[in-house]
Design a protein around this ligand. Sequence first.
Ligand code: GTP
Ligand code: IMP
Ligand code: MG
Length: 335
Amino acid sequence: MPSTVVVGGFFGDEGKGKIISYITFTEKFDVAVRGGVGPNAGHTVVHGGMTYKLRMLPSAVASPPTRLMIGPGVLIDPTVLLDEIQKYSVGSRVLVDRNCTLIEEKHIYADRSDHLRGKIGTTGTGTGPANSERVLRNAKTVMTHQELGKIAGNVSDEVNQYLDDGKRVLVEGTQGTFLSLYHGTYPFVTSKDVTASAICSDVGIGPKRVDEILVVFKAFTTRVGEGPLEGELPIEEIERRGLTERGTVTGRRRRIAPFDFRLARVAAVLNSATNLAITKLDVLFPETSGLRDFDSLTKRAIKFIEEVELRVGVKVSLIGTGPELSEVIHRKEVA
Ligand code: GTP
Ligand code: IMP
Ligand code: MG
């Protein structure tokens, strides 16, 4: 498939980073291009003894020579991006779009107000205020930044050229479907739409150029920040069952509920999913830890995957069985 779009099906943190790094590593994508909001995202990628914590760069960092691009819809925090480029020595692989706009100190400060940080429970990374300034057409673009200006260009042009040449492009979404400004649990949402259509618009490819839409779910539902979460488990039960998680960006405890089949079905429709990934099967069923073959799963784990396929109406092609990039069951017969 020349172009694959990966998005989150719940409230973010579904493990997109790990799934993306797995597919870019095994399928050799020529380009990975990021859409989504900005550095409010936090992907954790574990590979070859290294743990990558990524907020701005695409998750294909661990698989050179894949080129790493950031689409014009994405907000850039220069400090965060330049730190990541330096830390992972990937400067020669990076291109940011010249129309990306900047997050400034004042946006971060405003994001820590009572309304945003307190009522909505934002990540405090400045993305909401920076997007509102962008809508007011007051924002600064990356071209005003000395160092970023040197790695800026026309991402949409490049990505479409790669597709014209039959090259493989991976389009990376961030956050999750029900954090979408339009389709989520408003007002407890992020500052943009983050469904597959919006992610394509963020990077500048038209809907007819997409071959595969992979929607990623975790084997249970998690949410950080405020807003409804049906069936939310009490903290004592989360701890007793060993499900405790903390956010990559804020360190906040993630709220947890059982897998929400109803939301998953809505997410499949909103994103027009062609196939699904389910991560953290090993957390729900510890006996599946590290397995890489579907037939070696226990009956109860297979029953869960089959129930997802039946109730969501889309096949599960990738299953995460551990944090390491290689801990994946890839059902090639499905996709
Ligand atoms: P956002 O872009 O912020 O929405 O994040 P994300 O979807 O990339 O997910 P994030 O990395 O924030 O959270 C997923 C966590 O689960 C990370 O700590 C991963 O290392 C871990 N993880 C991913 N897949 C698996 C899996 O299959 N099993 C286990 N045990 N851990 C996993
Ligand atoms: P903001 O995007 O920082 O404005 O936060 C708005 C809501 O989206 C809050 O509930 C955040 O916790 C949530 N959020 C934003 N980005 C992510 C993410 O990448 N993973 C999980 N939750 C997120
Ligand atoms: Mg995250």
